[in-house]
Write a protein that binds this ligand. Structure first.
Ligand code: ADP
Ligand code: MG
Length: 327
């Protein structure tokens, strides 16, 4: 089990950013309306994710750290219909096997908080009483302390932090209804309240990406053939200066997909952005049966049932919007 655990850990736990992704996804799955993230030294020394979600019962705490223990899937039919972000039940176990992990939780139906901790492969878990308001905290220290080969692949504190910040940005762009904060080495990087109105959402996007982007952005809101596209696309002056701001979400999950990429590029190229990089934050919503999002746990791939339909819809909507602002 020792070797298997560490090999499997490699699949999801590559660097601090991958840990943050899994922990925040768990918080979101638990129904949290606020997620606070605190890290030190790019996450290498410490990562702490605290949420106000449903929590974990005392009797389930040790279980949450064991492999293939998930509370989210009970049979194959549910795997098909899965709406939650995590479903393989291995993230916490994988992280625990390569760090010192402290899990503290208080479900609202329980009057006290409890915690368990693990040190790498030493999975003996002792339950201790703790102080915590409703919700869960996961603290991960000394990532890869027991796997020097993997630790060698970590880059500088700054690089690791940038990756981690990118994860938080995507999650904050995917869930306007949730408040997020991020602190690095005791400095506040993001502090975002839930954003309900269009104006509040635009303020969040501006804070996360760049005020320039929002000032020049074109609002997209279109619906046809069972597909809905909302969000913002950047205009040319901006596109020149910031080449890499491309966020596409399908049913709330960030996605990098050839079909989408092609449609977007084509729309920009056809209209006015010849040779330039498009900038956009776009949200495609469709019936879950029209898309398979569980292609791979860490790669951001999807498979559309009807690729042609999605491609043509995206192209047509973006093309039309961009054509209207042709200089
Ligand atoms: P998965 O998310 O795939 O189920 P994880 O290893 O990420 O597997 O988590 C294991 C289990 O621990 C989850 O199914 C969930 O029951 C519980 N859990 C983890 N993090 C949280 C959290 N922040 N709030 C509530 N429950 C959690
Ligand atoms: Mg999970």
């Amino acid at each position: 089990p020792r070797l298997a655990n560490q090999i499997a850990a490699g699949e999801v736990v590559e660097r601090p950013a991958s840990v943050i992704k899994e922990l925040v996804e768990n918080s979101l799955d638990s129904g949290a309306s606020r997620v606070d993230v605190e890290v030190e030294q790019g996450g290498i020394k410490l990562m702490r994710v605290r949420d106000n979600g449903g929590g974990i019962l005392k009797d389930d705490l040790a279980m949450a750290l064991s492999r293939h223990a998930t509370s989210k899937i009970h049979n194959l039919d549910e795997l098909e219909a899965v709406a939650s972000l995590g479903f393989r039940g291995e993230a916490l176990a994988s992280v625990a096997s390569v760090s010192r992990l402290l899990l503290t939780s208080k479900p609202s139906e329980q009057s006290e908080a409890w915690q368990v901790n693990t040190h790498g492969q030493d999975m003996s878990t002792e339950l201790l009483p703790a102080a915590h308001t409703d919700g869960t905290s996961v603290e991960v220290r000394d990532l890869f302390f027991n796997t020097p080969a993997r630790r060698k692949f970590l880059r500088t504190e700054k690089t690791e932090f940038n990756h981690l910040d990118e994860v938080i940005k995507r999650q904050a762009l995917a869930r306007f209804d949730v408040g997020f904060s991020l602190r690095h080495n005791n400095r506040t990087i993001h502090s975002l309240r839930p954003a309900a109105s269009q104006a509040e959402q635009e303020r969040r996007v501006a804070q996360l990406l760049s005020p320039d982007f929002m000032q020049n952005a074109l609002v997209i809101d279109a619906e046809a053939v069972g597909l809905r596209l909302t969000g913002w696309v950047g205009l040319p002056t901006f596109s020149r200066s910031m080449p890499d701001m491309q966020y596409f979400f399908v049913n709330g999950r960030v996605v990098k997909d050839k079909v989408i990429g092609h449609a977007v590029k084509q729309a920009y190229r056809d209209v006015l952005y010849h040779g330039r990089h498009p900038c956009f934050v776009l949200y495609l919503t469709l019936d879950p049966s029209g898309v398979d999002v569980n292609v791979h746990p860490t790669k951001h791939e999807v498979r559309f049932r009807d690729q042609r339909l999605v491609h043509d819809f995206l192209f047509r909507q973006l093309h039309r919007a961009l054509a209207e602002v042709r200089p």
